[in-house]
Design a protein around this ligand. Structure first.
Ligand code: HEM
Ligand code: FES
Length: 333
């Protein structure tokens, strides 16, 4: 695996995820339209579709925003993160379908160009939805690793953090639009509950991470005590912190330390495992050799390495990072 572009590999797990996403979406749309028809038998199919697609996309957005913190709290959610890109693209297409139906319904009946009408008729809440849709489009269009490689991880990550701004735009879109006209409180309650859920989840995950981030004690001359070697499971790491997070791996009777930050999308390498002799990122499987922090050929990514030593059964790591890809002699575990 590498940050350089390589054609997408469709494996069985990805296909299974995609089937679950598409089936879940279709079941939700049918359920929403069925229940709405029972409550409002005279509602038009256009209105029902606009609302079903809108709430489906909004729900998917909540799932997408929950995956990151859930993975920080419990690694068993990692398979969801691996496939988040497809969920994001499906969410964009669903939101796009909602927007197209809404534009046709509310802006295509007159003589004016529907897009001009959308931006000028004073329904400000729809402009907020349109702005969010542009952000989702940019994210979906650049979601492939081809763009990650061309934009660079920092620009790419910053662009994709725009999802939080888009979420805020959608909350305002709903609050100023549908909630204004909606007599039934279910949408207001669901939107409030969604905000509370996302806020709590992000705060809990951040607090958990911060607790693990308290700088470990410098013993002397910049060395940090990473604890007894036997406490690190074979093929796993202990993460220590010295401003930067460092992953101290034990494998094949050796100890090596590298930066905890994967070059792909900044995943936590110290939560990964050594597989086939390589540190393997838990997020999307990028690999690095423990002894020099370099991805095995033909890949070219490099992470910083750290000097290590073992004294009296305890592992120590030096807090000063070596340049990415610098070979460091492993210590005997
Ligand atoms: C050009 C872009 C967009 C336009 C013109 C637009 C238009 C509309 C309109 C007219 C409504 C009111 C429907 C009603 O009250 O029956 C609405 C509601 C809504 N929109 Fe959008 N929208 C756009 C983008 C988005 C996007 C990107 C999302 C993302 C998820 C979204 C989510 C929602 C939600 C959750 C509702 C409330 C649904 C409900 O009434 O049950 N919209 N939108
Ligand atoms: S492989 Fe994607 S973040 Fe590490």
């Amino acid at each position: 695996m590498s940050v350089s572009y390589s054609a997408i590999g469709w494996n069985r797990a990805k296909k299974a995820y995609d089937k679950v996403i598409v089936t879940g979406l279709l079941v939700y749309l049918a359920f929403f339209i069925g229940v709405s028809l029972l409550a409002h038998p005279d509602a038009t199919i256009e209105t029902l579709l606009i609302r079903a697609l809108a709430t489906a996309a909004f729900l998917m957005l909540h799932v997408i925003l929950s995956i990151g913190p859930l993975c920080r709290l419990n690694p068993s959610f990692l398979p969801l993160l691996y496939n988040r890109r497809h969920l994001g693209v499906t969410m964009f297409l669903t939101a796009l379908a909602h927007a197209v139906f809404a534009i046709v319904q509310f802006h295509a009946q007159g003589n004016e160009n529907p897009l001009v009408s959308l931006l000028t008729t004073g329904t400000g809440f729809q402009t907020l939805g349109a702005a969010a849709l542009v952000i989702f489009f940019l994210m979906a269009a650049t979601s492939h690793d081809f763009w990650l490689a061309n934009l660079g991880p920092r620009v790419w990550k910053t662009l994709h953090m725009g999802v939080y701004f888009a979420y805020a735009l959608i909350v305002m879109h709903v609050a100023l639009g549908a909630l204004h006209s909606e007599a039934h409180p279910v949408l207001a309650i669901a939107t409030g509950a969604g905000m509370a859920w996302l806020f709590t989840l992000h705060v809990v995950a951040a607090l958990r991470e911060r607790a693990g981030d308290r700088d470990d004690e410098l013993i002397d001359d910049g060395w940090i005590d990473a604890g007894p070697v036997v406490d690190i499971s074979e093929g796993r790491a202990r993460i220590v912190s010295a401003g930067e997070r460092i992953a101290v791996f034990r494998y094949d009777g050796k100890i090596s330390a590298v930066s905890n930050v994967c070059r792909h999308q900044y995943g936590p390498l110290g939560e990964g495992r050594v597989i086939d002799g390589c540190i393997t990122c838990p997020w999307h499987g990028y690999q690095y050799l423990p002894g020099n922090g370099r991805s095995p050929a033909p890949f070219t990514e490099k992470v910083a390495t750290y000097d290590v030593r073992v004294v009296g059964g305890r592992a120590y790591v030096h807090s000063k990072a070596n340049a990415p890809g610098t070979p460091v002699k492993p210590a005997h575990a």
